[in-house]
Unconditional design. Structure first.
Length: 191
């Protein structure tokens, strides 16, 4: 990793290694900063959800992915805090609490399903899937967080990695990923 390059906000990977596309990262962060400080038009709106779902193309000699991902996590948290504060300011604390309650109820509906039955199974025999036990273990932690206020960092959810499996032996990756995005959205709104 080469962190000595001048004028770059992040360390870069070795010249022949793959990192995040520098131009894409720089453009997005500039756009996000502008939107955060002065606002933006609806067409180029940046929200916590936009930050959370942002993907950059791989590029040789690009930015070190972990450093960019950590910056995006902080940026997402900042936008989520602003979104929460804006909702409370415009509609009141009760509106925010109702929104949080609705989101939590939807998530808990899935979390309260029996282990092994929380998510769809892929239909293809060889389709990539997440290990059921790994996903269910995280779901147990999430239930503790939501039902019993047990401590759980949003970064634990963001950085969760599940062993892979194939077909009906595991949970459908896209459904689990979408669910975890909603969990992160709720946790950033609460914390």
């Amino acid at each position: 990793m080469d962190s000595a390059r001048q004028g770059t906000p992040f360390a870069r990977v070795a010249h022949q290694a793959y990192g995040y596309n520098v131009r894409q990262v720089d453009r997005f962060l500039t756009r996000a900063q502008q939107h955060y400080t002065v606002g933006g038009s609806q067409g180029d709106s940046v929200t916590s959800a936009v930050v959370r779902s942002k993907i950059f193309a791989p590029a040789r000699g690009g930015y070190e992915p972990r450093a960019v991902d950590a910056a995006l996590d902080r940026l997402e948290d900042a936008f989520a805090l602003r979104e929460r504060d804006d909702l409370i300011e415009s509609k009141g604390q009760d509106a925010w609490l109702r929104q949080i309650g609705r989101q939590a109820a939807v998530l808990k509906g899935r979390l309260n399903r029996a282990p092994g039955e929380r998510f769809r199974r892929p239909t293809g025999r060889k389709a990539s899937a997440y290990n059921v036990e790994d996903v269910d273990a995280l779901c147990g932690k999430l239930l503790g967080y939501l039902d019993n206020s047990l401590p759980l960092s949003v970064d634990v959810v963001r950085r969760s990695v599940f062993r892979g499996t194939a077909g009906s032996e595991g949970y459908e990756e896209a459904q689990v990923d979408a669910f975890l995005d909603r969990v992160v959205e709720l946790m950033t709104a609460i914390d």
